[in-house]
Ligand binder design. Structure first.
Ligand code: FAD
Length: 487
Protein backbone atom coordinates (compact mmCIF):
# COMPACT_ATOMS: atom_id res chain seq x y z
CA UNK A 1 0.00 0.00 0.00
CA UNK A 2 1.07 3.58 -0.61
CA UNK A 3 2.29 6.19 1.83
CA UNK A 4 0.97 9.74 1.55
CA UNK A 5 2.63 13.03 2.40
CA UNK A 6 0.05 15.80 2.63
CA UNK A 7 1.66 19.17 1.80
CA UNK A 8 0.29 22.32 3.37
CA UNK A 9 0.98 25.93 2.45
CA UNK A 10 3.75 25.99 5.09
CA UNK A 11 6.05 23.20 3.92
CA UNK A 12 6.31 23.50 0.15
CA UNK A 13 9.74 21.95 -0.28
CA UNK A 14 11.31 18.53 -0.53
CA UNK A 15 14.51 19.49 1.33
CA UNK A 16 14.60 18.98 5.09
CA UNK A 17 10.88 18.34 5.26
CA UNK A 18 10.28 16.28 8.40
CA UNK A 19 6.98 14.63 7.49
CA UNK A 20 7.94 14.08 3.86
CA UNK A 21 11.13 12.39 5.00
CA UNK A 22 9.26 10.11 7.40
CA UNK A 23 6.78 9.25 4.69
CA UNK A 24 9.63 8.38 2.36
CA UNK A 25 11.22 6.13 5.01
CA UNK A 26 7.90 4.43 5.62
CA UNK A 27 7.35 3.82 1.91
CA UNK A 28 10.78 2.19 1.66
CA UNK A 29 9.83 -0.27 4.41
CA UNK A 30 6.86 -1.59 2.43
CA UNK A 31 6.10 -2.45 -1.14
CA UNK A 32 4.07 0.64 -2.05
CA UNK A 33 5.13 4.07 -3.27
CA UNK A 34 5.41 7.53 -1.80
CA UNK A 35 2.67 9.79 -3.11
CA UNK A 36 1.95 13.42 -2.21
CA UNK A 37 -1.05 15.71 -2.23
CA UNK A 38 -1.90 19.38 -1.79
CA UNK A 39 -5.40 20.68 -1.03
CA UNK A 40 -6.27 23.79 -2.99
CA UNK A 41 -9.14 25.64 -1.36
CA UNK A 42 -10.05 28.93 -3.06
CA UNK A 43 -12.61 29.59 -0.32
CA UNK A 44 -9.91 29.29 2.33
CA UNK A 45 -7.78 31.77 0.42
CA UNK A 46 -10.78 34.08 0.25
CA UNK A 47 -11.51 33.59 3.95
CA UNK A 48 -8.01 34.66 4.92
CA UNK A 49 -7.94 37.44 2.33
CA UNK A 50 -4.73 35.97 0.88
CA UNK A 51 -3.13 38.32 -1.64
CA UNK A 52 -2.77 37.48 -5.35
CA UNK A 53 0.99 37.92 -4.94
CA UNK A 54 1.11 35.24 -2.28
CA UNK A 55 -1.24 32.83 -4.03
CA UNK A 56 0.78 33.13 -7.23
CA UNK A 57 4.02 32.63 -5.30
CA UNK A 58 2.59 29.50 -3.64
CA UNK A 59 1.26 28.03 -6.87
CA UNK A 60 4.46 28.70 -8.80
CA UNK A 61 6.51 27.17 -6.00
CA UNK A 62 4.18 24.19 -6.07
CA UNK A 63 4.77 23.83 -9.82
CA UNK A 64 8.54 23.70 -9.26
CA UNK A 65 8.14 21.22 -6.42
CA UNK A 66 5.88 19.00 -8.51
CA UNK A 67 8.52 18.83 -11.25
CA UNK A 68 11.30 18.01 -8.75
CA UNK A 69 9.24 15.22 -7.23
CA UNK A 70 8.12 13.83 -10.56
CA UNK A 71 11.77 13.54 -11.55
CA UNK A 72 11.91 11.08 -8.65
CA UNK A 73 8.72 9.33 -9.83
CA UNK A 74 6.82 10.81 -6.88
CA UNK A 75 3.48 12.33 -7.87
CA UNK A 76 2.17 15.57 -6.37
CA UNK A 77 -1.58 15.77 -6.89
CA UNK A 78 -3.47 18.99 -6.36
CA UNK A 79 -6.96 18.31 -5.02
CA UNK A 80 -9.49 21.11 -5.32
CA UNK A 81 -11.71 21.70 -2.28
CA UNK A 82 -14.87 23.61 -3.26
CA UNK A 83 -16.13 24.22 0.29
CA UNK A 84 -14.03 24.95 3.36
CA UNK A 85 -15.61 22.15 5.37
CA UNK A 86 -14.84 19.48 2.77
CA UNK A 87 -11.17 19.01 3.55
CA UNK A 88 -11.45 15.89 5.67
CA UNK A 89 -13.76 14.30 3.17
CA UNK A 90 -11.38 15.09 0.29
CA UNK A 91 -8.38 13.68 2.13
CA UNK A 92 -10.22 10.49 3.05
CA UNK A 93 -11.50 10.05 -0.49
CA UNK A 94 -7.99 10.49 -1.87
CA UNK A 95 -6.64 7.97 0.63
CA UNK A 96 -9.31 5.47 -0.35
CA UNK A 97 -8.87 5.94 -4.09
CA UNK A 98 -5.13 5.51 -3.87
CA UNK A 99 -4.72 2.61 -1.52
CA UNK A 100 -2.94 4.59 1.22
CA UNK A 101 -1.94 3.00 4.52
CA UNK A 102 -0.15 5.93 6.21
CA UNK A 103 -0.67 9.69 6.05
CA UNK A 104 2.07 12.12 7.09
CA UNK A 105 1.85 15.89 7.45
CA UNK A 106 3.60 18.77 9.19
CA UNK A 107 1.72 20.51 11.94
CA UNK A 108 0.03 23.88 11.53
CA UNK A 109 -0.63 25.67 14.80
CA UNK A 110 -3.72 27.77 14.05
CA UNK A 111 -7.01 26.67 15.60
CA UNK A 112 -8.90 25.96 12.36
CA UNK A 113 -6.01 23.87 11.06
CA UNK A 114 -5.68 21.95 14.33
CA UNK A 115 -9.41 21.23 14.28
CA UNK A 116 -9.13 19.96 10.72
CA UNK A 117 -6.33 17.62 11.76
CA UNK A 118 -8.32 16.35 14.73
CA UNK A 119 -11.25 15.51 12.45
CA UNK A 120 -8.94 13.65 10.09
CA UNK A 121 -7.31 11.85 13.03
CA UNK A 122 -10.71 10.70 14.33
CA UNK A 123 -11.75 9.39 10.93
CA UNK A 124 -8.42 7.61 10.58
CA UNK A 125 -8.82 6.00 13.98
CA UNK A 126 -12.23 4.71 12.96
CA UNK A 127 -10.80 3.28 9.75
CA UNK A 128 -8.37 1.07 11.73
CA UNK A 129 -6.08 0.08 8.87
CA UNK A 130 -4.85 3.62 8.40
CA UNK A 131 -2.45 5.85 10.37
CA UNK A 132 -2.00 9.62 10.49
CA UNK A 133 1.14 11.22 11.88
CA UNK A 134 1.67 14.95 12.29
CA UNK A 135 5.18 16.29 12.93
CA UNK A 136 6.72 19.56 14.09
CA UNK A 137 8.60 21.10 11.20
CA UNK A 138 8.08 24.85 11.08
CA UNK A 139 10.67 25.76 13.69
CA UNK A 140 14.05 24.62 14.97
CA UNK A 141 12.80 24.69 18.56
CA UNK A 142 9.61 22.78 19.03
CA UNK A 143 6.93 25.20 20.30
CA UNK A 144 6.25 25.04 24.08
CA UNK A 145 9.53 23.24 24.75
CA UNK A 146 11.17 26.19 26.49
CA UNK A 147 9.81 26.65 29.96
CA UNK A 148 10.38 28.90 32.96
CA UNK A 149 11.97 27.56 36.13
CA UNK A 150 8.47 27.02 37.46
CA UNK A 151 7.75 24.75 34.50
CA UNK A 152 5.27 26.89 32.57
CA UNK A 153 5.90 28.03 29.01
CA UNK A 154 7.99 31.19 28.65
CA UNK A 155 5.73 34.01 27.50
CA UNK A 156 8.14 36.93 27.15
CA UNK A 157 10.51 37.30 24.23
CA UNK A 158 13.79 38.26 25.95
CA UNK A 159 13.92 35.24 28.27
CA UNK A 160 12.70 33.06 25.39
CA UNK A 161 15.56 34.27 23.20
CA UNK A 162 18.05 33.64 25.98
CA UNK A 163 16.71 30.15 26.62
CA UNK A 164 16.64 29.43 22.86
CA UNK A 165 20.33 30.38 22.58
CA UNK A 166 21.44 28.26 25.50
CA UNK A 167 19.32 25.28 24.48
CA UNK A 168 20.65 25.32 20.88
CA UNK A 169 24.19 25.76 22.17
CA UNK A 170 23.83 22.67 24.37
CA UNK A 171 21.90 20.79 21.69
CA UNK A 172 22.69 21.83 18.14
CA UNK A 173 20.65 18.82 17.04
CA UNK A 174 17.63 21.17 17.10
CA UNK A 175 18.71 22.24 13.66
CA UNK A 176 19.71 18.89 12.29
CA UNK A 177 18.27 18.43 8.84
CA UNK A 178 16.78 15.37 7.13
CA UNK A 179 17.41 14.33 3.52
CA UNK A 180 15.01 14.88 0.63
CA UNK A 181 12.82 11.85 -0.14
CA UNK A 182 14.27 8.91 -2.01
CA UNK A 183 13.02 8.28 -5.53
CA UNK A 184 10.19 5.83 -6.05
CA UNK A 185 10.93 2.70 -7.95
CA UNK A 186 10.07 3.61 -11.54
CA UNK A 187 8.26 0.41 -12.38
CA UNK A 188 6.12 0.43 -9.20
CA UNK A 189 5.28 4.08 -9.70
CA UNK A 190 3.96 3.37 -13.18
CA UNK A 191 0.82 1.98 -11.55
CA UNK A 192 0.20 5.52 -10.25
CA UNK A 193 0.08 7.03 -13.73
CA UNK A 194 -3.13 8.93 -13.16
CA UNK A 195 -1.60 10.87 -10.28
CA UNK A 196 1.24 12.37 -12.33
CA UNK A 197 1.00 15.69 -14.12
CA UNK A 198 -1.87 16.99 -12.00
CA UNK A 199 -2.69 20.54 -13.12
CA UNK A 200 -1.54 23.40 -10.92
CA UNK A 201 -4.59 25.68 -10.65
CA UNK A 202 -4.81 29.23 -11.93
CA UNK A 203 -5.36 32.11 -9.58
CA UNK A 204 -8.98 32.30 -8.41
CA UNK A 205 -10.82 34.92 -10.48
CA UNK A 206 -11.31 37.28 -7.56
CA UNK A 207 -7.58 37.20 -6.88
CA UNK A 208 -6.24 38.05 -10.28
CA UNK A 209 -3.54 40.62 -10.95
CA UNK A 210 -4.43 43.86 -12.66
CA UNK A 211 -2.35 42.73 -15.66
CA UNK A 212 0.11 40.11 -16.86
CA UNK A 213 2.89 42.71 -16.55
CA UNK A 214 2.02 43.16 -12.90
CA UNK A 215 2.20 39.42 -12.35
CA UNK A 216 5.57 39.18 -14.09
CA UNK A 217 6.97 42.15 -12.20
CA UNK A 218 6.07 40.53 -8.86
CA UNK A 219 7.40 37.16 -9.94
CA UNK A 220 10.75 38.79 -10.66
CA UNK A 221 10.74 40.40 -7.25
CA UNK A 222 9.77 37.14 -5.54
CA UNK A 223 11.08 34.26 -7.64
CA UNK A 224 9.37 31.04 -6.55
CA UNK A 225 10.93 27.83 -5.33
CA UNK A 226 13.53 26.49 -2.94
CA UNK A 227 16.55 27.17 -5.12
CA UNK A 228 15.64 30.85 -5.49
CA UNK A 229 15.24 31.08 -1.71
CA UNK A 230 18.62 29.49 -1.02
CA UNK A 231 20.30 31.78 -3.55
CA UNK A 232 18.74 34.71 -1.77
CA UNK A 233 20.13 33.40 1.54
CA UNK A 234 23.57 33.04 0.01
CA UNK A 235 23.49 36.57 -1.34
CA UNK A 236 22.31 37.90 2.02
CA UNK A 237 25.06 36.11 3.96
CA UNK A 238 27.80 37.20 1.62
CA UNK A 239 26.71 40.77 1.01
CA UNK A 240 24.44 42.01 3.74
CA UNK A 241 24.38 40.17 7.04
CA UNK A 242 27.51 41.80 8.51
CA UNK A 243 25.80 45.17 8.22
CA UNK A 244 22.48 43.91 9.54
CA UNK A 245 22.86 44.97 13.18
CA UNK A 246 24.04 48.44 12.27
CA UNK A 247 21.47 49.19 9.57
CA UNK A 248 18.47 46.97 10.02
CA UNK A 249 16.22 49.82 11.08
CA UNK A 250 17.07 51.90 8.00
CA UNK A 251 14.60 51.03 5.27
CA UNK A 252 16.49 52.87 2.53
CA UNK A 253 19.43 50.47 3.00
CA UNK A 254 17.13 47.52 2.31
CA UNK A 255 19.67 45.24 3.95
CA UNK A 256 17.39 42.58 5.38
CA UNK A 257 17.18 39.16 3.74
CA UNK A 258 13.72 39.42 2.09
CA UNK A 259 13.34 35.74 2.86
CA UNK A 260 9.98 36.12 4.61
CA UNK A 261 7.79 34.66 1.80
CA UNK A 262 10.10 31.64 1.62
CA UNK A 263 9.91 31.15 5.38
CA UNK A 264 6.17 31.63 5.57
CA UNK A 265 5.40 29.07 2.84
CA UNK A 266 8.11 26.72 4.11
CA UNK A 267 9.90 26.92 0.78
CA UNK A 268 13.12 27.03 2.77
CA UNK A 269 13.60 25.31 6.10
CA UNK A 270 14.67 27.29 9.13
CA UNK A 271 17.06 24.47 10.10
CA UNK A 272 18.78 24.64 6.72
CA UNK A 273 19.05 28.40 7.12
CA UNK A 274 20.54 28.15 10.61
CA UNK A 275 23.06 25.55 9.50
CA UNK A 276 24.15 27.60 6.49
CA UNK A 277 24.38 30.71 8.65
CA UNK A 278 26.47 28.97 11.30
CA UNK A 279 28.78 27.60 8.63
CA UNK A 280 29.20 31.07 7.15
CA UNK A 281 29.90 32.27 10.68
CA UNK A 282 32.75 29.72 10.97
CA UNK A 283 30.85 27.56 13.42
CA UNK A 284 30.31 30.27 16.05
CA UNK A 285 27.10 30.08 18.01
CA UNK A 286 24.47 32.77 17.50
CA UNK A 287 25.59 34.80 20.49
CA UNK A 288 29.33 34.93 20.03
CA UNK A 289 30.02 35.38 16.34
CA UNK A 290 29.44 38.15 13.86
CA UNK A 291 27.17 40.78 15.45
CA UNK A 292 25.17 41.02 12.24
CA UNK A 293 24.46 37.29 12.33
CA UNK A 294 23.49 37.37 16.01
CA UNK A 295 21.10 40.21 15.42
CA UNK A 296 19.57 38.50 12.35
CA UNK A 297 19.11 35.17 14.09
CA UNK A 298 17.35 37.05 16.87
CA UNK A 299 14.65 37.93 14.32
CA UNK A 300 14.39 34.29 13.34
CA UNK A 301 13.90 33.49 17.00
CA UNK A 302 11.01 35.98 17.00
CA UNK A 303 9.46 33.83 14.31
CA UNK A 304 9.95 30.76 16.52
CA UNK A 305 8.58 32.57 19.55
CA UNK A 306 5.41 33.62 17.74
CA UNK A 307 4.65 30.02 16.75
CA UNK A 308 5.22 29.00 20.38
CA UNK A 309 2.80 31.75 21.49
CA UNK A 310 0.21 30.62 18.95
CA UNK A 311 -0.09 27.40 20.92
CA UNK A 312 -0.10 29.09 24.31
CA UNK A 313 -2.68 31.71 23.28
CA UNK A 314 -4.69 30.00 20.55
CA UNK A 315 -7.23 32.83 20.40
CA UNK A 316 -4.46 34.72 18.57
CA UNK A 317 -5.57 32.89 15.43
CA UNK A 318 -9.24 33.62 16.06
CA UNK A 319 -9.30 37.33 15.39
CA UNK A 320 -8.76 38.19 19.04
CA UNK A 321 -5.87 40.04 20.67
CA UNK A 322 -3.55 37.98 22.86
CA UNK A 323 -4.16 40.52 25.59
CA UNK A 324 -7.91 40.06 25.66
CA UNK A 325 -8.48 43.38 27.42
CA UNK A 326 -7.84 45.11 24.11
CA UNK A 327 -10.93 43.43 22.74
CA UNK A 328 -12.92 45.98 24.73
CA UNK A 329 -11.47 49.08 23.08
CA UNK A 330 -14.05 51.15 21.28
CA UNK A 331 -12.51 51.87 17.89
CA UNK A 332 -13.59 54.71 15.63
CA UNK A 333 -15.15 54.86 12.18
CA UNK A 334 -13.03 57.05 9.95
CA UNK A 335 -13.59 55.88 6.38
CA UNK A 336 -11.69 58.79 4.90
CA UNK A 337 -8.72 58.08 7.18
CA UNK A 338 -8.91 54.40 6.29
CA UNK A 339 -8.87 55.08 2.54
CA UNK A 340 -5.96 57.47 2.93
CA UNK A 341 -4.02 54.96 5.01
CA UNK A 342 -4.56 52.21 2.42
CA UNK A 343 -3.47 54.41 -0.46
CA UNK A 344 -0.51 56.01 1.32
CA UNK A 345 -2.08 59.48 1.36
CA UNK A 346 -2.34 60.30 5.06
CA UNK A 347 -0.09 63.33 4.70
CA UNK A 348 2.52 61.70 6.95
CA UNK A 349 5.43 60.93 4.61
CA UNK A 350 6.96 57.97 6.47
CA UNK A 351 3.60 56.22 6.83
CA UNK A 352 2.65 56.93 3.23
CA UNK A 353 6.00 55.66 1.95
CA UNK A 354 5.48 52.37 3.81
CA UNK A 355 1.97 51.84 2.49
CA UNK A 356 3.05 52.62 -1.06
CA UNK A 357 5.89 50.13 -0.79
CA UNK A 358 3.36 47.52 0.34
CA UNK A 359 0.97 48.30 -2.51
CA UNK A 360 3.77 48.12 -5.07
CA UNK A 361 6.04 45.33 -3.84
CA UNK A 362 3.63 43.16 -1.82
CA UNK A 363 6.20 43.68 0.93
CA UNK A 364 7.03 46.32 3.51
CA UNK A 365 10.17 46.90 5.54
CA UNK A 366 9.78 45.86 9.19
CA UNK A 367 10.23 49.37 10.58
CA UNK A 368 7.42 50.61 8.36
CA UNK A 369 5.14 47.75 9.33
CA UNK A 370 5.60 48.91 12.92
CA UNK A 371 4.94 52.54 12.06
CA UNK A 372 1.98 52.08 9.75
CA UNK A 373 0.34 49.71 12.23
CA UNK A 374 0.89 52.12 15.10
CA UNK A 375 -0.55 54.99 13.04
CA UNK A 376 -3.72 53.10 12.13
CA UNK A 377 -4.33 51.98 15.66
CA UNK A 378 -3.03 54.90 17.66
CA UNK A 379 -3.69 57.92 15.46
CA UNK A 380 -6.67 56.94 13.35
CA UNK A 381 -8.06 54.80 16.22
CA UNK A 382 -9.26 52.31 13.63
CA UNK A 383 -9.74 48.68 14.68
CA UNK A 384 -6.29 47.13 14.20
CA UNK A 385 -7.92 44.01 12.70
CA UNK A 386 -8.80 45.94 9.58
CA UNK A 387 -5.13 46.73 9.14
CA UNK A 388 -4.15 43.17 9.84
CA UNK A 389 -6.55 42.07 7.10
CA UNK A 390 -5.24 44.69 4.68
CA UNK A 391 -1.73 43.34 5.22
CA UNK A 392 -2.95 39.80 4.49
CA UNK A 393 -4.61 41.07 1.32
CA UNK A 394 -1.41 42.62 0.04
CA UNK A 395 1.66 40.89 1.49
CA UNK A 396 3.47 38.16 -0.41
CA UNK A 397 4.85 36.94 2.93
CA UNK A 398 1.60 36.89 4.92
CA UNK A 399 2.08 34.68 7.93
CA UNK A 400 -0.65 34.50 10.53
CA UNK A 401 1.67 34.16 13.55
CA UNK A 402 3.98 36.99 12.53
CA UNK A 403 1.22 39.25 11.32
CA UNK A 404 -1.11 38.93 14.31
CA UNK A 405 1.80 39.32 16.72
CA UNK A 406 3.04 42.34 14.79
CA UNK A 407 -0.41 43.90 15.02
CA UNK A 408 -0.98 42.94 18.66
CA UNK A 409 -2.44 46.09 20.26
CA UNK A 410 -0.45 47.75 23.04
CA UNK A 411 0.34 51.17 24.45
CA UNK A 412 3.38 51.78 22.22
CA UNK A 413 2.84 54.74 19.94
CA UNK A 414 5.43 55.53 17.28
CA UNK A 415 5.81 59.14 16.28
CA UNK A 416 6.31 58.73 12.52
CA UNK A 417 8.14 62.04 12.19
CA UNK A 418 10.81 61.33 14.79
CA UNK A 419 10.94 57.72 13.56
CA UNK A 420 11.67 58.94 10.04
CA UNK A 421 14.32 61.33 11.32
CA UNK A 422 16.01 58.45 13.09
CA UNK A 423 15.61 55.65 10.53
CA UNK A 424 15.56 57.54 7.24
CA UNK A 425 18.03 60.32 8.07
CA UNK A 426 18.39 61.62 4.53
CA UNK A 427 14.78 60.96 3.56
CA UNK A 428 15.89 58.58 0.79
CA UNK A 429 13.21 56.00 1.53
CA UNK A 430 10.50 58.66 1.55
CA UNK A 431 11.81 60.15 -1.70
CA UNK A 432 11.77 56.75 -3.35
CA UNK A 433 8.16 55.95 -2.48
CA UNK A 434 6.57 59.39 -2.35
CA UNK A 435 7.80 61.06 -5.53
CA UNK A 436 5.76 64.22 -4.86
CA UNK A 437 8.34 64.93 -2.14
CA UNK A 438 11.51 64.07 -4.01
CA UNK A 439 12.71 67.67 -4.24
CA UNK A 440 11.81 68.71 -0.72
CA UNK A 441 15.08 69.73 0.96
CA UNK A 442 16.50 68.76 4.37
CA UNK A 443 14.29 67.99 7.33
CA UNK A 444 11.18 69.42 5.70
CA UNK A 445 10.73 66.06 3.98
CA UNK A 446 9.67 64.48 7.28
CA UNK A 447 6.80 66.92 7.92
CA UNK A 448 6.36 69.08 4.81
CA UNK A 449 3.06 70.60 5.91
CA UNK A 450 4.59 71.98 9.13
CA UNK A 451 8.03 72.78 7.81
CA UNK A 452 7.43 74.42 4.44
CA UNK A 453 5.66 77.69 3.72
CA UNK A 454 2.03 77.38 2.68
CA UNK A 455 2.89 78.25 -0.93
CA UNK A 456 5.76 75.74 -1.08
CA UNK A 457 3.55 73.02 0.36
CA UNK A 458 0.69 73.66 -2.02
CA UNK A 459 2.95 73.27 -5.04
CA UNK A 460 3.80 69.68 -4.05
CA UNK A 461 0.39 68.15 -4.73
CA UNK A 462 0.80 66.18 -1.49
CA UNK A 463 -2.04 65.89 1.07
CA UNK A 464 -2.19 67.75 4.38
CA UNK A 465 -1.95 65.49 7.45
CA UNK A 466 -5.30 63.79 7.96
CA UNK A 467 -4.98 64.06 11.75
CA UNK A 468 -2.76 65.80 14.29
CA UNK A 469 -0.30 63.34 15.83
CA UNK A 470 -0.16 64.62 19.43
CA UNK A 471 -3.88 65.13 19.71
CA UNK A 472 -4.82 61.70 18.40
CA UNK A 473 -2.10 59.86 20.31
CA UNK A 474 -3.43 61.45 23.49
CA UNK A 475 -6.99 60.47 22.60
CA UNK A 476 -5.92 56.88 21.98
CA UNK A 477 -4.12 56.69 25.31
CA UNK A 478 -7.17 57.98 27.14
CA UNK A 479 -9.42 55.58 25.23
CA UNK A 480 -7.25 52.60 26.12
CA UNK A 481 -7.17 53.65 29.73
CA UNK A 482 -10.94 54.03 29.86
CA UNK A 483 -11.84 50.83 27.98
CA UNK A 484 -9.14 48.57 29.40
CA UNK A 485 -9.96 49.59 32.94
CA UNK A 486 -13.63 48.98 32.53
CA UNK A 487 -12.93 45.62 30.88
P1 FAD B 1 14.77 39.73 8.01
O1 FAD B 1 15.03 40.95 8.80
O2 FAD B 1 15.79 39.32 7.03
O3 FAD B 1 14.48 38.55 9.05
C1 FAD B 1 14.63 37.17 8.73
C2 FAD B 1 13.36 36.42 9.00
O4 FAD B 1 13.04 36.46 10.37
C3 FAD B 1 12.14 37.00 8.29
O5 FAD B 1 12.07 36.54 6.95
C4 FAD B 1 11.01 36.49 9.16
O6 FAD B 1 10.66 35.16 8.88
C5 FAD B 1 11.63 36.56 10.54
N1 FAD B 1 11.31 37.85 11.15
C6 FAD B 1 11.94 39.03 10.98
N2 FAD B 1 11.37 39.99 11.74
C7 FAD B 1 10.38 39.39 12.41
C8 FAD B 1 9.43 39.85 13.36
N3 FAD B 1 9.39 41.12 13.77
N4 FAD B 1 8.54 38.96 13.81
C9 FAD B 1 8.55 37.67 13.43
N5 FAD B 1 9.42 37.17 12.54
C10 FAD B 1 10.33 38.03 12.04
N6 FAD B 1 6.41 38.80 8.91
C11 FAD B 1 5.97 37.85 8.07
O7 FAD B 1 6.72 36.95 7.70
N7 FAD B 1 4.68 37.86 7.64
C12 FAD B 1 3.78 38.81 8.05
O8 FAD B 1 2.61 38.75 7.67
C13 FAD B 1 4.25 39.84 8.91
N8 FAD B 1 3.42 40.84 9.31
C14 FAD B 1 3.89 41.80 10.16
C15 FAD B 1 3.02 42.82 10.60
C16 FAD B 1 3.46 43.81 11.47
C17 FAD B 1 2.51 44.89 11.92
C18 FAD B 1 4.79 43.79 11.93
C19 FAD B 1 5.29 44.85 12.86
C20 FAD B 1 5.67 42.80 11.51
C21 FAD B 1 5.23 41.79 10.63
N9 FAD B 1 6.10 40.77 10.18
C22 FAD B 1 5.62 39.81 9.33
C23 FAD B 1 7.49 40.65 10.70
C24 FAD B 1 8.59 41.35 9.87
O9 FAD B 1 8.24 42.67 9.59
C25 FAD B 1 8.90 40.62 8.55
O10 FAD B 1 9.11 39.25 8.82
C26 FAD B 1 10.16 41.16 7.89
O11 FAD B 1 10.04 42.53 7.65
C27 FAD B 1 10.42 40.42 6.58
O12 FAD B 1 11.55 40.90 5.94
P2 FAD B 1 12.86 40.03 5.82
O13 FAD B 1 12.54 38.66 5.34
O14 FAD B 1 13.83 40.80 5.00
O15 FAD B 1 13.33 39.93 7.33
Amino acid sequence: RNVLHWFRSKDLRQEDNKALHQASQKAKEGSGSLITMYLHSPKDLEWHGTSPARIDFLLESLRILQKQLEDKHIPLTVVEVPERNQKTEKVLQFVKDNNVSHIYANMEYEVDELRRDITVAKAVQAAQDLSFEVLHDQTAMEPTLLTTNAGGPIQVFTPYHKAWLSETKANPSHYDTVPAPEANDKSTASSLKKLFGSAIPDLPETKNFASKDEQNRLRKLWPPGHEAGMQRLDHFLNKKVSQYAAHRIEPAKDNSSRLSPYFSAGIISVREVLQATQKWNKGAHFDDGDVGVDSWVREIVFREFYRHMMIIKPHGSMNMPQNLKFDFVQWEEDEEGWEKWCEGKTGVPFVDAGMRQLNHEAYMHNRLRMNTASYLRGNLLIDYRRGERYFAEHLVDWDMSNNTNGWEPNYTMFNPITQAEKCDKNGDYIRKWVPELKDVPGKAIFAPYDRLSKEEFQKLGYPEPHVNFDETAQRAKERYKRDLHSA
